[in-house]
Design a protein around this ligand. Structure first.
Ligand SMILES: [Zn+2]
Length: 82
């Protein structure tokens, strides 16, 4: 047993923030640090890593704004005739 490892031992199938499925190879290093996928980490946390270390977390409002933006993008990608 490797008890020296961080408390994060496995990544859930879906991201805690955006609820999209994780991509193991792409998201793991972000999940290990921030417990969210790469997309969320880059958008919400990466610019504020120092704050994150000091205990800052994105507010629900920031998360909602980010999710809304992301949903709009995805809808655009999925087709213009929807
Ligand atoms: Zn995410």
């Amino acid at each position: 047993m490797d008890s020296q490892k961080s408390h994060v031992t496995s990544m859930p199938f879906f991201c805690n923030i955006c609820e999209f499925p994780h991509d193991l190879s792409r998201d793991w290093s972000y999940f290990e640090k921030f417990e969210m996928c790469q997309e969320c980490a880059t958008s919400l946390v990466e610019a504020r890593q120092e704050d994150w270390k000091n205990g800052w977390r994105p507010s629900q409002e920031q998360i909602d704004t980010y999710i809304n933006k992301r949903m709009c993008l995805i809808r655009q990608y999925r087709g213009h005739n929807a």
